[in-house]
Structures are given as C-alpha cells and as structure tokens.
Design a protein around this ligand. Structure first.
Ligand SMILES: [Zn+2]
Length: 319
C-alpha cells in the first residue's frame, strides 16, 4: 500500500478518504508576518481555520491538501495544530509561490540547487519539523511564464523526477499559462499523469481545458466561490460538460478557500467581499451547492463523486 505524508506523519493512501484538494488553512506573507508579527492575530487565524476545516469535516471531508508554499506563509506547525484539533488530515507541499519575484538567494543559484531545497523538504522534512512535503507547488499568473517562473517550474520538475512527488501548478487561463507550464514539465521529463494544473475552472473555454487534458494532466476546477474569475453557474456548466465528455478521472474540484488571507486591509474587505466578487466562498461550497447542482444536471452520480473526491486525489498523490 503506497504511503502519503501528512503533517501528522505517513498514512496509507487508502486512509485519505474524502479529499478537498486545494484549500488553505491560512494564507499570509511570511516576510511581513515575520517582521511585524503584532499585525497578525494568531488566535483569530487559528479560530478561523478550525471553523472552516470543522465545517468541511461535517460534510465528510477527511483530508485537506493545502498547497501553501514559500511566500504564502507555509507553516506546518500551524497546519498540524489544525489537523490535531479537528481530526482532519492536512497534506503540505514544498515549492515557491511567485508570479515573478525571486529572492537574490535563488536568483544567483542555479536550478538544481533550488531543486535540492525542495527535495530536502520531501525526503528530510520541512524546517527541521520532521514533517515532510507530499507534493510540489509552483505558479504562473498574469505576468505569464517569466524567466523566474520558468526557473521555479524547472526546479519543481527536477525535484519531482528525483523523488516521484506530484506537482500542483497555479495557472491563469486568462493569459493561457497552462500549455507552457505543461511543456516545461514535459521537457524536464516529468510524468504528466502526476501534474495538476490548478485554476483551469477560471475559464469556460472547453477547448483550452481539453487541450491540457489531452496531455494527460489533471485540471483543477478549484476556485468555486471566486466569482470575480468566473461565476458559479458558468463553472458548473463547464464541469458538467467535461463530465459528459468523459473526463471525470482527470478533474479536481475544490474552492481555493483561505480561512484567513492578509492580502487586503480590513477596511477594504468590500473589495474582496463585494457584490459579484465572491459568493459563499468557503470550505463547504462544493458540497452545499456544486455537487447538488451537478447531480441535478445528471452528471454527478455516487460513482463520479467517489472518482473526483476520493480516487483522483489519491491517484495524483500516489500513482
Ligand atoms: Zn491556492
């Protein structure tokens, strides 16, 4: 039986159960948080994480994959606290979440050295905690696949080839980053059946999504609730058509919910939470609204539900 690393240690893949494949128990800038810790309320952050994960648990969720990497404030101790308190397993990653910026530290070291850092998190453990990363994370966004973004992708790819760890890549369909991201992984010899291109659900362009699926990668329909990128009805219509076309075994459904996120000051909360920007964004929206809607459309029977929320995450993590 293949094993999967969680923040509480290795488990049999069979134990993963019902998985939310892309959620964040906390998202914040680690440099700001390290320099001005007084600006953050750890108690409030923990309470919000426990509330969100607890609600997911009530819907049957047993495992959460949390792709918070460098620059998202990855904190495996915080994750473990949430896992211990809720009884929901959390799976951590290694990698760098940057749309372009790269510290001089990595700018002046080569790809293989960057890859060594990731491998150490996977094989040895993160920040001397003994907690091991189970997958790799990288990102491309509005700036496209810049030189720095490409460097991170190649390092992630090499760490995947070396360790067998799967990859999750944040993408931006609006500027079509996905095909280039997949191309880099392919050039580096990554097994594309272990790659997940996140945020494909931000578009309803089926030919774009099917172009990626044709390469054998998983695609994430994983931002349910983020209406500013695509409203839920259009996300559901896209998901339904992909299911009708037989892609169930390559779809990941999640919310990319952040129990707390420091990107906006409290007084600007309406920017983020204003009319039309998010709707019922939470760690339970896919169970409360999406699955029922897809069942209504006749594309989500029990077997399909099992494929998407149990089998696909397990296969991606262990195949
Ligand atoms: Zn995310």
């Amino acid at each position: 039986m293949p094993q999967v690393q969680t923040v509480q240690g290795a488990i049999d893949a069979q134990e993963l159960g019902l998985v939310l494949v892309h959620e964040h128990v906390r998202f914040r800038d680690e440099a700001v948080a390290a320099q001005w810790p007084g600006r953050y309320d750890e108690r409030l952050e923990l309470d919000a994480a426990l509330l969100a994960v607890g609600a997911a648990k009530e819907r049957g969720v047993q495992t959460i994959v949390d792709p918070t990497a460098m620059f998202g404030g990855r904190d495996v101790h915080f994750m473990k606290r949430v896992a211990d308190d809720t009884g929901v397993r959390i799976i951590a990653c290694t990698g760098i979440y940057s749309y372009d910026y790269l510290p001089h530290y990595f700018e002046n070291r080569d790809i293989d050295v960057m890859a060594e850092h990731f491998v150490a998190d996977i094989e040895g453990g993160i920040q001397a905690s003994g907690i091991r990363a189970a997958f790799l994370k990288c990102a491309a966004d509005a700036a496209g696949v810049t030189e720095h973004v490409e460097k991170i992708h190649r390092a992630v790819a090499r760490a995947s080839v070396q360790t067998g760890a799967p990859i999750m890549a944040h993408s931006m369909p609006a500027v079509a980053t996905g095909p280039r991201q997949v191309e880099i992984f392919e050039e580096e010899g990554v097994d594309l059946s272990r790659v997940q291109i996140a945020h494909c659900g931000d578009t309803d362009d089926l030919s774009y999504i099917e172009g990626l699926l044709a390469k054998g990668v998983y695609v994430g329909l994983d931002r349910y609730g983020l209406e500013m990128y695509l409203p839920i009805d259009k996300r559901n219509a896209t998901a339904a058509e992909l299911l009708r076309r037989g892609h169930a075994e390559r779809l990941m459904i999640s919310q990319d919910f952040c129990a707390t996120i420091d990107w906006f000051p409290p007084e600007a909360a309406e920017v983020f939470e204003g009319e039309g920007s998010i709707r019922n964004w939470s760690m339970t929206l896919v169970f409360d609204e999406v699955v029922p809607a897809l069942r209504e459309l006749g594309v989500m029977d029990d077997a399909t539900f099992q494929t998407i929320f149990v089998e696909n995450p397990k296969r991606w993590l262990t195949a």
